[in-house]
Design a protein around this ligand. Structure first.
Ligand code: FAD
Length: 368
């Protein structure tokens, strides 16, 4: 293992893209992965012919043509378009908020009628919104707030909307067209054959050691490579010497159901406060599956405790300042490259992760 160019910690999208590109350029790479399987959070598990997104539902979407062409090298993408449905006590509404939503809510049929309804309800809030509730009402009015935002947001944050700061919601896009396409992206889809196919293509011919936690086996890998590319949590890299970064957790409850079609859509949001989960994902619909059985996953937002899977960074002031201090320590290590959602302590969509990995490769190439 000596004489490596890059020791890459983490086989998620960032690590896998970096390893692939550098190997292509003739560099010697070794990937370490602490889980038993590669792929990080885009990993799927195949059950009864259905790809189950085990770390949360993943829909690829991007405006970046280079990134789109990049992923298409490893898999073709299907025509899946994300069009989630919100379920409020049995009333169904299309998302994102659009003419279908407004028609179901108020019976309006024209954009002008819908706009007038929203404008009248927005006027309820006078002056600067003092909390998230007032902010949301000032943007879309009370009906949409109470049926589609309030309960969902309170479950996500574990706090009342009246106790959450207004800035959490800056914009609430409203469309006056009958368009249920959730993402405003030029390119969108699910890889045919699943995300594992992309990871397998990226890591083909590259040595990966799974079940190896780099931070727990530093001694063994000291000095083996010219540089270390680290995609794990930054506080963990520094043995939490300045304190711990915080995250929001998620719990997934997956169930096999003896029916062909459970909810008729891949993503159904449950927006009432009394339903404990925020969403039910029916995985087969990402790939237009026709199997006789189906798999559904209920998603429960959770407090996060150290040692649990870290899903969303909490980018508040305390955590952001702590992260900056760790980043200063990291900047002093000239053989260390950081990348990916954990090391950067940032929520990144997949396309951004690929974009930043390709940029890191270009920076490395420019240094030589
Ligand atoms: P990861 O996938 O987390 O990979 C990091 C890897 O490093 C992991 O495999 C980990 O085990 C390993 N590792 C960490 N520490 C060590 C160590 N010490 N030693 C060895 N290995 C280590 N993006 C979209 O574009 N569309 C979506 O619909 C979407 N949905 C999402 C839903 C959820 C619930 C979440 C949480 C994210 C979603 N994302 C989505 C974002 C997407 O998951 C990320 O952009 C992407 O997976 C990040 O890749 P990564 O390589 O940065 O991190």
């Amino acid at each position: 293992q000596d004489g490596l160019d890059y020791l890459i910690v983490g086989s998620g999208l960032f690590g896998a893209v970096f390893a692939h590109e550098m190997t292509k350029r003739g560099k010697k790479c070794l990937v370490l992965e602490k889980r038993e399987a590669v792929g990080g959070n885009i990993r799927c598990e195949e059950r009864d012919g259905i790809n189950v997104h085990v770390y949360g539902a993943h829909i690829f979407h991007t405006n970046n043509k280079e990134v789109w062409q990049y992923v298409n090298q490893f898999a073709d993408f299907n025509q899946y378009v994300n069009s989630p449905v919100a379920n409020f006590r049995g009333e169904l509404y299309n998302l994102p908020f659009n003419m279908n939503t407004f028609h179901a809510m108020w019976g309006v049929t024209t954009p002008a009628e819908a706009a007038a309804k929203i404008a009248a309800q927005r006027a309820e809030i006078e002056g600067e919104p003092r909390n998230l509730e007032e902010q949301a009402i000032s943007l879309v009015g009370r009906d949409i707030y109470e049926k589609l935002i309030q309960g969902y947001t309170e479950k996500q944050w574990g706090r009342k909307c009246t106790e959450l700061p207004a800035f959490i919601i800056k914009r609430l896009p409203v469309r006056y067209t009958y368009d249920n396409n959730y993402f405003n992206a030029l390119y969108q889809g699910i890889p045919i054959g699943g995300y594992n196919k992309i990871i397998a293509g990226l890591l083909e011919g590259i040595e990966v050691r799974t079940g190896v936690d780099y931070n727990a086996s530093r001694g063994e890998y000291e000095g083996v490579a010219r540089k270390v590319v680290y995609t794990g949590a930054l506080d963990e890299y520094f043995a939490y010497q300045l304190g711990r970064l915080e995250y929001r957790g998620l719990k997934f409850e997956t169930e096999r159901l003896e029916q062909e079609n459970h909810q008729g859509v891949a993503v159904m949001n449950y927006t009432a406060a009394e339903v404990p989960y925020t969403r039910i994902i029916e995985h087969k619909h990402f790939e237009f599956g026709t199997q006789p059985v189906t798999y559904v996953t209920r998603e429960y937002p959770q407090e996060w405790k150290p040692g649990e899977e870290a899903y969303y960074p909490v980018n508040d002031e305390r955590n952001q300042q702590l992260y900056e201090k760790y980043a200063e320590l990291a900047a002093k290590e000239d053989k260390l490259i950081l990348g990916g959602r954990l090391a950067m302590y940032k929520y990144y969509d997949m396309d951004k992760v690929i974009e930043t990995a390709l940029s890191a490769v270009k920076r490395e190439a420019a240094e030589e």
